[in-house]
Design a protein around this ligand. Structure first.
Ligand code: CTP
Ligand code: MG
Length: 231
């Protein structure tokens, strides 16, 4: 399932981020293609911006993605809501779900395969992740750009930057999203929900090209990666 209903405020003014282009093709089309390339994926459900459902259906059609079963639903106001709405559109007999950000257009198929394989092998929640390049500090946030006191420096060797697709046993992911409706938790990914409610999440190797297009510089990098792949 592909959450694609965000506005992309950090990328700056323009169309919703999933519809912004990379190499002349919308980010969403890249992301859906990246998933569809995996033999583990049989159905892709996209959560589109609520006012853009018809446009997204037409877009996916026009890019010849009809080989796989693709469905489009209206997303919600938050990523969590978009994922919950997307999950509800997945047929009951589907037992394993991967959740992949439309904003990660260049994820290699090997990552998709590895996540799916780890769930198939018995894990209830799997996230791809990479080691950090930067040292990370826990600070006490201050307003108005004042210097922020450092509270701690976690051991970098035990930290990972988490990517998508994240893979789940469908029942575990659906239960976590249901529970979050009445017990809100401040997490920014699906595995975070599972973890908060006592589930066991494991990490498999991610890939540097699975980075998320968040700010304008990320789009510059994505164009360069795509150009290198096409060379
Ligand atoms: N997303 C979604 N529904 C929302 C918000 C986000 O489906 N209400 C999706 C985005 O489309 C994106 C993914 O979740 O594919 C990751 O979110 P993020 O990178 O934060 O994208 P945006 O929310 O669009 O960007 P920003 O936070 O800068 O506005
Ligand atoms: Mg966002």
């Amino acid at each position: 399932m592909v959450p694609a209903a965000g506005r992309g405020e950090r990328l700056g003014p323009g169309a919703p981020k999933a519809l912004r282009e990379l190499g002349g093709v919308p980010l969403l089309v890249h992301a859906v293609r990246a998933l569809a390339r995996s033999r583990a994926v049989g159905l892709v459900v996209v959560a589109a911006p609520a006012e853009g459902v018809a446009e997204v259906i037409a877009l996916l059609d026009s890019h010849g993605l009809d080989g796989k079963d693709i469905r489009v639903v209206a997303g919600g106001d938050t990523r969590q809501e978009s994922v919950r709405l997307g999950l509800a559109a997945i047929p009951a007999e589907v037992g394993i779900v991967l959740v992949h950000d439309a904003a990660r257009p260049l994820v290699p198929v090997e990552v998709v395969d590895a996540v799916a394989a780890a769930v198939r092998a018995g894990a209830e929640a799997v996230v791809p992740a990479v080691p950090l390049a930067d040292t990370v500090k826990l600070v006490e946030p201050q307003s108005g750009g004042r210097p922020e006191p450092v509270l701690d420096t976690p051991d970098r060797s035990a930290l990972r930057a988490v990517q998508t697709p994240q893979g789940f046993r469908r029942d575990v992911l659906a239960a976590a999203h249901e529970r979050a409706l009445t017990e809100p938790v401040a997490v920014t990914d699906d595995a975070g929900l599972v973890e908060r409610f006592g589930g066991r999440v494991v990490v498999v190797p991610g890939h540097e090209e699975a980075f998320k297009v968040t700010r304008p510089l990320d789009l510059v990098l994505a164009e360069a990666v795509l150009a290198r792949r096409r060379a």
